[in-house]
Write a protein that binds this ligand. Structure first.
Ligand SMILES: N[C@@H](CCC(=O)N[C@@H](CS)C(=O)NCC(=O)O)C(=O)O
Length: 240
């Protein structure tokens, strides 16, 4: 029995949710308010107080485990459920190391700047600096994609796509809404990004994890309103 503790709006939790759905694993989804630091939640999350947390009961020779952190959840389910649904990470060690590098990359070069751009006052120099840094990160990420595509490493999505898709979705929905930001379109690198984003949006990766799709964008915009005024979670602006 696998349980995912998640919050519907959380892009980190969405990574784990997408991973489980993409592998077609059966799991219980439990919606949690991670900001309510109850003793039970702190114990369950092993002191992190953050979603996602994946909990699995012992099965046969597989020990029970509690895995906090979105990327660690992707690694765990890939290893624990090999052969069930698509692999999330490639098996050859060099390709796997490369995929791990690019799953980590957004937390260092894109995500903190996305949040800084959203939190900085509209029209501010700090906001413009953050958007430029985010675009640099996006361009580097896009330049590393397989030329054939449409996904990061080729015809099928893998953990790199899953780790970044929730943030690409927020750049498209939230930064466009609050900061009138659109990703550039001209030039090979940006065309490659557009092909990737379209493949992600046309796949079931995001839609399987968005609840009622008719209201999703509006719900997400409402959730990020405090961020657009400089509030919301603080640690997301810090580069990993
Ligand atoms: N590095 C963590 C970040 C998770 C995270 O920041 N989750 C947020 C919600 S989007 C959370 O639980 N925040 C509660 C808090 O920080 O108090 C991961 O990748 O799982």
């Amino acid at each position: 029995m696998v349980t995912l503790y998640s919050a519907w709006y959380c892009p980190f939790a969405q990574r784990a949710w997408i991973g489980l759905s993409h592998k077609k694993l059966s799991f219980d989804y439990v919606e949690i308010d991670p900001y309510d630091k109850s003793a039970d939640w702190m114990r369950l999350s092993r002191g992190t107080g953050q979603v996602p947390v994946l909990q699995r009961q012992a099965v046969g020779l597989d020990a029970a485990v509690v895995v906090p952190d979105s990327l660690r959840v992707l690694e765990y389910i890939d290893a624990a459920f090999r052969g069930q649904g698509p692999d999330l990470f490639p098996r050859p060690p060099a390709a796997r190391a490369e995929a791990l590098y690019w799953t980590d990359f957004p937390a260092r070069k894109i995500i903190p700047y996305m949040y800084r751009a959203l939190k900085a006052p509209l029209g501010s120099e700090a906001g413009a600096v953050a958007l430029r840094a985010m675009a640099d990160g996006l361009a580097t990420f896009s330049a590393a994609m397989s030329p054939q595509g449409p996904f990061f490493s080729g015809a099928e999505p893998n953990a790199v796509d899953i780790a970044f898709a929730p943030f690409a979705s927020r750049i498209a929905i939230i930064l466009s809404h609050y900061r009138s930001y659109t990703v550039p379109l001209s030039g090979d690198v940006w065309q490659r990004y557009a092909v990737w984003l379209q493949a992600i949006q046309q796949s079931s990766l995001l839609s399987a994890t968005q609840g009622d799709s008719a209201t999703y964008d509006d719900r997400l915009v409402a959730f990020y309103l405090p961020y657009s005024k400089g509030g919301g979670q603080a640690d997301v602006t810090v580069a990993a």
